[in-house]
Ligand binder design. Structure first.
Ligand SMILES: Nc1ncnc2c1ncn2[C@@H]1O[C@H](COP(=O)(O)OP(=O)(O)OP(=O)(O)O)[C@@H](O)[C@H]1O
Ligand code: SF4
Ligand SMILES: [Mg+2]
Length: 332
């Protein structure tokens, strides 16, 4: 990964809102997010349920249009593309979801499901499509005899491998992985994560890895962004964020993580966050974490924290963090 590489993905002040009649307002699911993803890296996105991770992931692969802000694929602004150009561009940016059944038609044989994205893309003959689909199945460790089976005859882990094969056939540059191991038995999660790592090496893939599981993000990501109510609280190299967090929210997440993290990545004191995550319809003024922040000051309600780079490549949105860590830490 070169620091000078052109980003494969550039996101600038992205906002995505949903109008909801039942909840009586506008949900600010993603509310001002900016970042780049470089070729070949794994960019982790972590946050609690409802923090906007899936909404962000869907927008990155142009399944959802931005309400405001912009998304660039390989330097090209998506909003500037015609429908035809957008369809072509989309092929290179794929997504795999948490639910292994989400993309599989229960009445379709496995091979037909894996052929489907190439058939939709067009331009290849039937034999070449089958050949590529069988190659992809073999590459993800699914034996050829499974090709004629139906999804209900497979385990969750096997179905997730088939979902990976589906997106591999179109030879993507970037894959958004949205909680891809969350629905799987703990005993096979490691195998599926290793498969993602192997495919990355083999095909030079770039990943955006979305998860609420700290042990997953620390295992796979080069950099990680910590989200809260639609905004990033912190972004930096994964090891630095996990071992020496800058934001009180990240510090609390780290301290709450039970066993899977190595002891060096756990903080000594356990910080229990009080209260529920507030509604994204009406997030708190100023710093949106202030209603649960153990370090909140009156100023936190008045002003939105600036996005500050306190260590090289390590950014934070808190008025009082210093390069030594979150507020409340004695200077080292
Ligand atoms: N289509 C939609 N219409 C209305 N509200 C939506 C829609 N999609 C998502 N939301 C709302 O946007 C917010 C963010 O949802 P999102 O699914 O992106 O969160 P998430 O971080 O992926 O959560 P989880 O960890 O539970 O998957 C939530 O409040 C959710 O209810
Ligand atoms: S700005 Fe204030 S409320 Fe927000 S994280 Fe920092 S100390 Fe806590
Ligand atoms: Mg989600």
């Amino acid at each position: 990964m070169s620091a000078a590489a052109t980003p494969l993905l550039s996101v600038r002040d992205l906002r995505i809102r949903f109008s909801t009649r039942d909840q009586g307002g506008t949900v600010k699911a993603v509310d001002g997010v900016s970042f780049d993803v470089l070729p070949g890296e794994t960019f982790g996105v972590i946050g609690e349920s409802g923090s906007g991770k899936t909404t962000l992931g869907r927008a990155l692969v142009s399944l959802l249009p931005p309400t405001e802000g912009s998304i660039l694929h390989d330097g090209v602004e998506l909003a500037s593309l015609s429908r035809k150009e957008l369809r072509e561009q989309r092929r290179h940016y794929q997504i795999v979801f948490q639910d292994p059944n989400a993309a599989l038609n229960p009445r379709q044989r496995i091979l037909d499901s894996v052929c489907e994205p190439l058939e939709i893309a067009g331009g290849l003959g039937r034999d070449e499509i089958r050949r590529r689909a069988l190659d992809a199945l073999s590459r993800v460790g699914i034996p050829a005899e499974y090709a004629s089976r139906y999804p209900h005859m497979l385990s969750g882990g096997q179905k997730q491998r088939i979902n990976i094969a589906r997106v591999l056939t179109v030879r993507p540059k970037l894959i958004v992985c949205d909680e891809v191991v969350a629905a799987l038995d703990v005993s096979i999660r490691g195998d599926v994560l290793n498969l993602f790592a192997d495919l990355q090496r083999e095909f030079g893939l770039t990943y955006v890895f979305i998860t609420h599981d700290l042990s997953v993000v620390s295992h796979v990501s080069d950099r990680v962004a910590v989200t809260y109510l639609g905004r990033f609280m912190e972004l930096g190299p994964t090891e630095d964020v996990c071992e020496r967090p800058l934001h009180p929210y990240t510090e609390a997440l780290m301290s709450a993580e039970p066993i899977p993290l190595p002891s060096t990545m756990r903080t000594a004191r356990r910080i229990v966050l009080e209260g529920e995550i507030p509604s994204p319809i009406d997030p708190p003024s100023g710093c949106r974490f202030r209603t649960r922040c153990p370090q909140a000051q009156p100023e936190c309600a008045q002003r939105v924290p600036d996005w500050r780079e306190l260590r090289p490549g390590h950014w934070v949105a808190c008025h009082f963090s210093t390069p030594d860590g979150p507020p409340g830490r004695p200077a080292s």
